[in-house]
Design a protein around this ligand. Structure first.
Ligand SMILES: *[C@@H]1O[C@H](CO)[C@@H](O)[C@H](O)[C@H]1NC(C)=O
Ligand SMILES: *[C@@H]1O[C@H](CO)[C@@H](O)[C@H](O)[C@H]1NC(C)=O
Ligand SMILES: *[C@@H]1O[C@H](CO)[C@@H](O)[C@H](O)[C@H]1NC(C)=O
Ligand SMILES: *[C@@H]1O[C@H](CO)[C@@H](O)[C@H](O)[C@H]1NC(C)=O
Ligand SMILES: *[C@@H]1O[C@H](CO)[C@@H](O)[C@H](O)[C@H]1NC(C)=O
Length: 539
C-alpha cells in the first residue's frame, strides 16, 4: 500500500522534473528569458531531482520489504497492478493537461481558426434553383431590366461629349485644366449592369495647361508610401523649371536682355499660385482629390449653364461627395444618371488615377487627400472584350455576374452594405474565366458556373484573400498590354481589410451566407412576379 502510494508520488515528481515549466510561476511564459527566473527554475529542478532520488531509494527499500512479505502470500498480487495502473493514468493525465496548457497559450493571440469553424463549409447545403429555373429567371428578370442599356449608353455619351465641349470653352485657357474625351468603363460598358438605375461611368482625363506637367508616382516607388496605400499613387504638379525636358530657357543661359517668351518670370508665378491653390493640397504641389472635385463641380456647373437652353431636361448633382454624379431629369419624370469622374493618366498607360469612385467597390473605399486610387477599368474592359471573342457566342459568363450582382444587391438592401462589393464579384469572375475551357462557359452551363463562382468567393472569404486581377499577375495575356510595372508588382489583396477589421468581416460572412440561403427563394419569387410583364422593371 505504502509502496504504491510512493510510486504515484514518484511519477508526479518525475513529471515535474521532466517539464520544469509545467507549473509556471505567475507570469512566467515560455518567451520570457529572464536570467533570474531561469536560475530559480534550475534550482527548483535540482531540488526536485534530489527529492526524486530520495523517493526512488525509499521505493527500492519498500519493494524489498514487500517482496519478503509476499513470499508466502500469492493472492496479494492484485494491489501491485492496481498501483502501477494508477501511476500510469496519472502520468498520462499530466501529459495531456500539459499539452492543453501549452496549446492554449500559443493559440490565444490568433483566434482566426475560430472563424473557420464558426461558419464551416455551409455551401454544400445551399441549393440554387435548377438549370431551367435559372434560365427562366435570367430571361424574365435580368434581360428585361437591361434591354434599354444600349440606348441609355448612346444618349449619355452624346450628352457627355456636348457637356465636355462646353466645359472646355468656359475654361480659362491659361490657368485651367485641359479636359480630354471621356472613356466609358464599368458594368454599363462591360454589359453586365443589372441594377436600376442604369448608371454610366465615364472617366474624364485631364492635364495641366502647358507648360506644366503631372508627374505621378505609384506605391512602392522611391518616396515609399505607407503600407496600406498599395494600389494608390500621388500626383505632383511639376512647374516648368522642374522638368528635365522643359523649355530650353532652363538649360541655356539666355542673354540678359533676352526673355524666354514661354517663361517670362511674371506669368510663371501668377500661374503657379493660381493652379496650385486651386488643385493642390495646402502648401504642396500634390494634387488633392477634394480640391479637384470642387474644381470639377464648378466647371461642370458653368458648362451646363452654357448649354442648358438647348435641352429639354434638367441636370442636377445627384450627390455632392462625388465630382460629377449627375442626374438627368426628363419632363416625363424619367431620369438617367451618369458619373463623370476626373482622372489623371498614369504615364503612357490606360491606367488612371481616379479621384472618387462612385458606387465604389474598390479595395478600401476611395482615394483621399493626396492619395489617388489607380483604376484598371480600361484594362478590365479590354480583357472582357477579348474573352467574349474566345468564348461561345451565347456564353454565360456575364449572365453569371449579373445574377450574382442581382442577389448581392437584394441582400445589401435587406441587411445593409457589407464588405463585399460588385468589384469583388467581378474580380472572382475574371479569375475563373481562363480556368476552364471556353465551351464550359456556354449558356447551358449557367448553373454550374454560377455555383463555381460562389464557391470561389466563399473560399476567398474564408482565406481573406482575393487578389486584384491585374496588379502583380505575371500570367495576364500579353494582348492586354498592361505596363511591366504592374505585372511585376506585389500582388494586391482586395480582402486585406478583413484581416484588420473583424466586425466588417463577420458582417460580410453573415450576409454572404444569408444571400446563399435566400438565393433560391428570391429567384423563384422574381421569376413568378415578372411572368406577365416581360418589359417590367424588376426593382
Ligand atoms: C502578469 O502580467 C500582466 C501583464 O502582462 C500584469 O498586468 C500582471 O500584473 C502580472 N501579474 C503578476 C502577478 O506579475
Ligand atoms: C426545376 O425547378 C422548377 C421549380 O423550381 C420545377 O418546376 C421544375 O420541374 C424543375 N425542373 C427540373 C428538370 O427539375
Ligand atoms: C505674360 O503676361 C503678359 C501680360 O499678362 C502677356 O502679354 C504675355 O503674353 C505673357 N507671356 C506669356 C509667355 O504668356
Ligand atoms: C492571372 O491572370 C490569369 C489570366 O491570365 C488568371 O487566370 C489568374 O487567376 C490570375 N492570377 C492572379 C493571381 O491574379
Ligand atoms: C432572407 O433571409 C432572411 C433570414 O434569413 C429573411 O428575414 C428574409 O426575409 C429573406 N429574404 C427573402 C427575400 O427571402
Amino acid at each position: 500500500m505504502q509502496a504504491g502510494f510512493l510510486r504515484v508520488c514518484l511519477v508526479v515528481v518525475a513529471a515535474i522534473v521532466n517539464h520544469p515549466l509545467l507549473f509556471p510561476r505567475e507570469n512566467t511564459t515560455l518567451q520570457e528569458s529572464d536570467k533570474e527566473i531561469i536560475q530559480k527554475l534550475k534550482k527548483h529542478e535540482e531540488n526536485l531531482k534530489i527529492e526524486q532520488l530520495r523517493l526512488e531509494q525509499e521505493i527500492a527499500r519498500r519493494d524489498a520489504e514487500i517482496n519478503m512479505i509476499l513470499e508466502g502470500k500469492e493472492e496479494n498480487k492484485l494491489p501491485w497492478d492496481f498501483w502501477s495502473t494508477i501511476s500510469m493514468v496519472i502520468f498520462l493525465l499530466i501529459e495531456i493537461w500539459r499539452q492543453d496548457f501549452q496549446d492554449g497559450h500559443l493559440q490565444e493571440p490568433n483566434n482566426e481558426e475560430d472563424d473557420m469553424s464558426l461558419w464551416g463549409n455551409i455551401f454544400q447545403a445551399v441549393s440554387l434553383p435548377n438549370k431551367t429555373a435559372l434560365a427562366t429567371f435570367y430571361e424574365r428578370v435580368i434581360r428585361s431590366t437591361t434591354n434599354d442599356a444600349a440606348r441609355t449608353r448612346e444618349f449619355v455619351e452624346g450628352f457627355a461629349d456636348d457637356l465636355l465641349e462646353a466645359l472646355r470653352s468656359v475654361c480659362n485657357r491659361d490657368a485651367d485644366m485641359e479636359v480630354e474625351d471621356s472613356v466609358g468603363v464599368g458594368s454599363m460598358y462591360e454589359n453586365w449592369r443589372v441594377n436600376k438605375p442604369l448608371v454610366c461611368d465615364l472617366l474624364v482625363p485631364f492635364t495641366p495647361p502647358e507648360p506644366y506637367r503631372f508627374q505621378s508616382e505609384i506605391w512602392g516607388s522611391a518616396n515609399s508610401s505607407p503600407e496600406d496605400k498599395q494600389g494608390y499613387g500621388k500626383i505632383k504638379v511639376c512647374r516648368p523649371g522642374e522638368e528635365a525636358t522643359g523649355c530650353i530657357c532652363d538649360k541655356t543661359k539666355l542673354g540678359e536682355d533676352m526673355l524666354c517668351l514661354l517663361h517670362s518670370k511674371n506669368n510663371e508665378t501668377k500661374l503657379n499660385s493660381e493652379m496650385e491653390v486651386l488643385l493642390c493640397s495646402k502648401n504642396t504641389q500634390n494634387l488633392d482629390t477634394d480640391q479637384v472635385m470642387k474644381w470639377f463641380q464648378i466647371a461642370v456647373t458653368k458648362a451646363w449653364n452654357k448649354i442648358s437652353h438647348k435641352y429639354e431636361f434638367d441636370v442636377t448633382f445627384s450627390h455632392l461627395d462625388a465630382p460629377g454624379a449627375l442626374k438627368i431629369k426628363f419632363r416625363s419624370g424619367k431620369f438617367i444618371t451618369l458619373n463623370l469622374t476626373p482622372v489623371v493618366q498614369y504615364e503612357d498607360s490606360d491606367a488612371y488615377f481616379i479621384s472618387h469612385f462612385p458606387n465604389s467597390g474598390l479595395p478600401n473605399d476611395f482615394s483621399s487627400g493626396t492619395y489617388w486610387l489607380l483604376s484598371f477599368a480600361v484594362y478590365e474592359r479590354r480583357f472582357l472584350t477579348e474573352m467574349a471573342k474566345r468564348l461561345p457566342e451565347n456564353s454565360c459568363h456575364l449572365s453569371c455576374l449579373q445574377i450574382l450582382t442581382f442577389l448581392h444587391q437584394k441582400q445589401s438592401a435587406l441587411t445593409g452594405q457589407s464588405g463585399l462589393t460588385n468589384y469583388h464579384l467581378k474580380t472572382a469572375l475574371l479569375h475563373l474565366l481562363l480556368a476552364r475551357p471556353a465551351l464550359d462557359w456556354s449558356f447551358e452551363k449557367l448553373d454550374a458556373r454560377l455555383r463555381e463562382i460562389l464557391k470561389y468567393l466563399e473560399k476567398s472569404l474564408h482565406e481573406k484573400k482575393l487578389y486584384h486581377f491585374m496588379i502583380g499577375n505575371g500570367s495576364l495575356p500579353a494582348s492586354i498590354c498592361l505596363p511591366e510595372t504592374f505585372l511585376v508588382a506585389e500582388p494586391l489583396n482586395l480582402f486585406r481589410q478583413f484581416v484588420l477589421h473583424r466586425s466588417i468581416y463577420k458582417k460580410t460572412m453573415d450576409s454572404f451566407y444569408e444571400m446563399l440561403k435566400n438565393a433560391s427563394v428570391l429567384i423563384n419569387e422574381y421569376t413568378l412576379h415578372n411572368r406577365f410583364e416581360p418589359y417590367g422593371i424588376a426593382v
